[in-house]
Design a protein around this ligand. Structure first.
Ligand code: SF4
Ligand code: SF4
Length: 206
């Protein structure tokens, strides 16, 4: 039976070590993912999307359908191209789809791009989130359902706050504009992943 996540003892494809046992890097960064992390991620974002979808559905059906179509297009195609394709988790050739704590299951249809994101990619990344998160707030606002817009915005703030605290502060995708890893911890990861370090340096020169 295929495992849901990568073996936690097996180093990343980009890592020069032979085994992850006792690696101090894993105290600060998350190289391997598990069901608890994925479950928390879904618990944070599902209520937000359900509540957002409800706002659009009860406003205009066409807006709801367009938003529904955009969600898998963004996370399954666009976001993985501009952001995830830079992640060391994405590098492993044994994976045909992501087995991580957030975009679990998204197909790896793009080639791996180690190094930082360019300005265009960062713009697309943020634009995607604006297009996803703004319509539900507009729908609640235009129909003057003020307490519902309050709940939606509260869910949004809680989700992104928890994302920052529990994910971005430990994430190995340093290219992501939301990544909040300390420079010292990033350097320690680079020491074990020299090809990543090289790609990072080269992309910063461009
Ligand atoms: S840096 Fe390498 S050895 Fe350390 S936990 Fe990550 S993949 Fe394993
Ligand atoms: S950037 Fe995040 S969501 Fe994308 S592959 Fe890496 S860990 Fe998963």
């Amino acid at each position: 039976m295929k495992k849901m996540f990568l073996d936690p003892k097996q180093p990343l494809y980009t890592c020069k070590e032979e085994n992850c046992d006792g690696c101090h890097v894993s105290e600060k960064l998350v190289c391997h993912f598990n069901g608890k992390q994925l479950g928390l991620f879904l618990a944070l974002f599902f209520p937000l999307f359900i509540f957002g979808g409800y706002g659009l559905f009860t406003w205009k059906i066409w807006a709801f359908i367009a938003w529904l179509v955009f969600i898998p297009s963004f996370f399954g195609l666009i976001e993985i191209r501009v952001m995830c394709s830079h992640c060391p988790h994405y590098a492993g050739p044994e994976l045909s789809s992501l087995k991580c704590w957030a975009n679990y299951g998204s197909p790896k249809i793009w080639k791996y791009r180690p190094g930082s994101m360019n300005v265009f990619e960062i713009l697309i990344f943020f634009l995607g989130f604006v297009l996803l998160m703004t319509p539900p707030a507009l729908a609640y606002g235009l129909t003057q359902r003020w307490w519902l817009i309050g709940i939606y915005l509260a869910l949004l703030v809680i989700a992104f706050l928890c994302l920052h605290l529990f994910y971005c502060k430990r994430c190995i995708n340093f290219a992501c504009p939301l990544n909040a890893i300390k420079k010292k911890d990033r350097e320690e990861f680079f020491d074990k992943n020299p090809s990543e370090k090289e790609a990072w340096k080269n992309s910063k020169k461009q």
